[in-house]
Ligand binder design. Structure first.
Ligand code: NAD
Ligand code: UDP
Length: 311
């Protein structure tokens, strides 16, 4: 049995990862400051003797004894990470330094949940890991994009300088049950609006694209990445390569929820990427991983969660 630390374990993806690791028979320590995470996401685990919850802000040092570290703590939705941009940068930079320090002291593997946002508004499409990105370093998304880019730099330097066993994954838009209802992300927004027969708010013309991965597929990929050989550091893209316009997503959700909602068009936020789609050849090759759940099936699994939460 391994003792595994998950930072951000009470968040959307982190809580699914807690479930998966406990199912595998490991011991899980979840560290979270509940900035965007929810107790509800892990409530069912609190009586499990292999699960432990610590409220802690990872911008401050933390001393634990563990065998592996999954480092996920960071707000991820634009409205969340823009609420306190300085704290977002601190979480990504100081948080990475603190967690890498722990990995170095204990000589244990550490995985970073990085993001497709490090590609910015990409000029290369689909995005391969070798692409350096097109990121504005002074805009409203920079606290997150540059914070994650700096976290990747720190991970690579701890590997080169200190031989810390690092793993970097770049996660593309992921959705599913346990997303926070107020996170303003496109899938949660549209499903909630459709279920309430309220206007579906498309920013811009809806021609911008995203590629949506169902959370169960993603956490399997995260687990595989942690458990590959030490030489595989990444970065590795994890996401679903099927690309949709935001307008297509809105229409699909209206159909699946039998909604009476009308579509309304609002202004596009600054620096909103026009297109995003992962090239996942590397993940296929070195992890033997690809997503299995396509958008329609994933939305059909996610919609009942939002229905329950809205009751
Ligand atoms: P989330 O907001 O649901 O989860 C993040 C968790 O981190 C929350 O529980 C939050 O309370 C916690 N946290 C934030 N700052 C903290 C701090 N200083 N100390 C301790 N805990 C802190 O977001 P998510 O969608 O589950 O994302 C998890 C990770 O995956 C993030 O690192 C995010 O950047 C990355 N990611 C997510 C997506 C996606 O589509 N969901 C895409 C790319 C990358
Ligand atoms: N979006 C939208 N309406 C909404 C929420 C988001 O049209 O109510 C758009 C947003 O402008 C972006 C895309 O959907 O082009 C994905 O946004 P999200 O915040 O989910 O993720 P990110 O931009 O970080 O990929």
């Amino acid at each position: 049995m391994k003792k595994i630390l998950i930072t951000g374990g009470a968040g959307f993806i982190g809580s699914h990862l807690c479930d998966l690791l406990l199912e595998k028979g490991d011991e899980v320590i979840c560290v979270d400051n509940f900035f965007t995470g929810q107790k509800n996401n892990i409530l069912h685990l609190l009586n499990n003797h292999r699960f432990e919850l610590i409220r802690h802000d990872i911008t401050w040092p933390l001393y634990l004894e563990v065998d592996q570290i999954y480092h996920l703590a960071s707000p991820a939705a634009p409205i969340h990470y823009q609420k306190d941009p300085v704290q977002t940068t601190k979480t990504n930079v100081l948080g990475a330094i603190n967690m890498l320090g722990m990995a170095k002291r204990l000589d244990v593997p550490i995985l970073l949940a990085s993001t497709s946002e490090i590609y910015g508004d990409p000029k290369e499409h689909p995005q391969k890991e070798s692409y350096w990105g097109n990121v504005n370093c002074i805009g409203p998304r920079s606290c997150y994009d540059e914070g994650k880019r700096c976290a990747e730099t720190l991970f690579m330097d701890y590997w080169r300088q200190n031989k810390v066993r690092i793993k970097i994954i770049r996660i593309f838009n992921t959705y599913g049950p346990k997303m926070a209802l107020n996170d303003g992300r496109v899938v949660s927004n549209f499903i909630i609006q459709a279920l309430q027969n309220k206007p579906i708010t498309i920013y811009g013309k809806g021609s911008q694209t995203r590629s949506f991965c169902y959370v169960d597929d993603l956490v399997k990929g995260i687990y595989k990445m942690m458990n590959t050989g030490n030489r595989v550091t990444g970065p590795v893209n994890l996401g679903n390569p099927n690309e949709f316009t935001i307008l297509q997503l809105a229409k699909q959700i209206i159909k699946l929820t039998n909604s009476k909602s009308k579509i309304v068009f609002k202004s596009l936020p600054q620096d909103d990427p026009k297109q995003r789609r992962p090239n996942i050849n590397l993940a296929k090759q070195i992890l033997n991983w690809k997503p299995e759940i396509e958008l329609k099936e994933g939305l059909e699994k996610a919609i009942p969660y939002f229905q329950r939460e809205l009751r």
